[in-house]
Design a protein around this ligand. Structure first.
Ligand code: NIG
Ligand code: FE
Length: 443
């Protein structure tokens, strides 16, 4: 993938390929040591005046500027200019691919009409389904590409991306094909999720169990066959279900996820966005990689997450997008020893936002996380939510060289400031992309 792809869209340029010594970071946030459970959340592993050596796509060495300059005197250098150097953000929950928009519904929602009532009336997710079903693969890719590039420019170096605006086999497969193509052409890596169970398909409006059976017995086996034929070298996608009133009941969610698990798919679930149906405990029981939303989650479901390896993914842009008062009870999840992560939930209905920096700003204010906790939740823990914490999410030797140079010298500026982009350069698999608008240092 060449720089020509980026220049017209965002005006960046490609600096050079590795190897390179990136030095003079005011604070190098390593996030070393693996996913951060419970009260251990927020360990940034800071190295002052830090440096990193990148070779090809990987991190070769991590240390101080002095130490690494001595050890690698001949490497070409990139000056971090006494700014923060940190791992790329990992966004573990997006509905990245759709056609059209729902600006009209936004106006209605702000006028007081509830989200689930709009869905029950055939709008909401279903109006995006209508637009998506009639869009060609070229249109879908063309409309999704700028979202993906905007995420990248805001520092997301890996994102999860769900299907779910097809709700019929042919369109769902078109969405998968488009996501595989976007993963291939773009600098950002995608972790793909199949979400045929995003809503009850309009054809099954009066027969939700019929659609549940269709997903379970027809779509999932077909998906497995299709994936093995079309993407044999890519691990199987996640399977996700919207466990919620007016979507899929707990039992229907269990049916779909159990079948998916038996076919070898890793699992995710949308749980407790509006009502507590027990989806989070189900995720823990089935060994899902994550349970997401978790706004109305009961104390016992929070405890179940705390005892599991299922990551609790909070999506603060969603209550913000819907102008609702309740956010994920992060402090309770931390006290229960859960692994907390953050994501944007980027989608056309509840949260059209591509920036993890904004998710962090909201998490600090409404979930009462410190900037350090929010940053850990948006890097190493979110990498674990897509089961990639072995290769991304922290700055450690042998890991993928996915890094950000920010335009600030103190990490607490992330969260404190919002609505603008604090990323100066994105380094993805060792390649440097500039988003330079100048920078601000406190010292
Ligand atoms: O995560 N809750 C279900 N899915 C999305 C909303 C999708 C839409 O409204 O288009 C969410 O909020
Ligand atoms: Fe979602």
């Amino acid at each position: 993938m060449g720089p020509g792809f980026l220049i017209p869209a965002e005006g960046w340029f490609l600096w050079f390929n590795s190897p390179v010594l990136i030095h003079s970071a005011s604070q190098l946030l390593t996030l070393a040591g693996g996913p951060q459970r419970g009260r251990s959340l927020g360990g940034l592993g800071i190295i002052e005046d830090g440096a990193v050596v990148v070779r090809d796509e990987r991190i070769l060495a991590v240390g101080t500027t002095d130490g690494l300059r001595r050890a690698f005197p001949d490497e070409p250098t990139l000056d971090a200019g006494r700014c923060v150097l940190m791992p790329g953000f990992v966004d573990p929950h997006t509905h990245l691919i759709w056609a059209g928009d729902r600006a009209d519904e936004f106006e209605k929602k702000m006028g007081g009409m509830p989200y689930l009532d709009i869905l029950a009336g055939g709008g909401g997710i279903l109006s995006t389904v209508k637009a998506t079903r009639t869009a060609s693969i070229e249109t879908l890719i063309a409309q999704t590409r700028p979202r993906l590039l905007r995420m990248f420019a805001h520092g997301t170096t890996t994102a999860e991306a769900k299907t779910g605006y097809g709700l019929q086999t042919s369109t769902e497969l078109r969405l998968l094909k488009a996501l595989l193509a976007l993963d291939d052409e773009s600098p950002l890596d995608l972790a793909i999720t199949f979400m045929g169970a995003h809503a009850i398909a309009p054809e099954f409006k009066d027969d939700p169990q019929g659609y549940t059976d269709e997903v379970t017995h027809t779509m999932l086996p077909m998906l497995k066959e299709w994936w093995e034929a079309h993407a044999p070298r890519t691990p199987l996608p996640f399977v996700d279900v919207f466990c919620e009133n007016k979507a899929f009941t707990l039992e229907q969610s269990r049916q779909i996820l159990t079948k998916a698990r038996s076919l070898g798919f890793p699992l995710k679930i949308h749980a407790d966005e509006f009502d507590n149906l027990g989806g989070a405990a189900l995720a823990a029981e089935l060994g899902a990689a994550s349970a997401d939303h978790l706004v109305k989650t009961s104390d016992s479901d929070i405890d179940a997450l705390g005892r599991s390896d299922t990551v609790a993914v909070a999506l603060p842009c969603t209550p913000f997008g819907l102008a609702e008062a309740d956010y994920t009870p992060a402090r309770k999840l931390i006290e229960a020893d859960a692994i907390l992560a953050l994501a944007t939930d980027c989608n056309p209905g509840t949260s059209w936002n591509e920036s993890m920096q904004f998710a962090i700003a909201l998490a600090c204010r409404y979930m009462k996380l410190t900037p350090a906790q929010a940053i850990a939740a948006a890097t190493i823990n979110s990498a674990h939510a897509i089961r990639r914490a072995e290769s991304i999410g922290s700055i450690e030797v042998e890991k993928q060289a996915d890094l950000l140079i920010l335009s600030v010298s103190d990490y607490r500026q992330v969260g404190y400031r919002y609505g603008t982009n604090l990323v100066r350069q994105v380094i993805k698999r060792g390649r440097v992309y500039s988003v330079d608008v100048g920078y601000y240092r406190t010292a």
